[in-house]
Design a binder for this molecule. Structure first.
Ligand SMILES: [Zn+2]
Length: 62
């Protein structure tokens, strides 16, 4: 499965590279892999546009 232009780092294309070890979504352009949280959001169809990094204080967020 692909997600076009959804990479949170470079805005590149993400590909589902799930294997026997589990699920893994990585970027074709920069090689970044998504965190479990990012992956979950992606699979749920939450379109989070890559923007300038604005780290939010989410201490303890599950
Ligand atoms: Zn990328």
């Amino acid at each position: 499965m692909f997600w076009l232009k959804q990479c949170p780092q470079c805005g590149g294309d993400l590909i589902d590279e799930s294997d026997v070890h589990g699920t893994l979504i990585s970027c074709l352009q920069c090689g970044r892999t998504l965190t479990p949280e990012e992956e979950r959001a992606l699979r749920q169809g939450l379109r989070q546009r890559p923007r300038a990094r604005t780290p939010l204080p989410r201490a303890g967020a599950a």
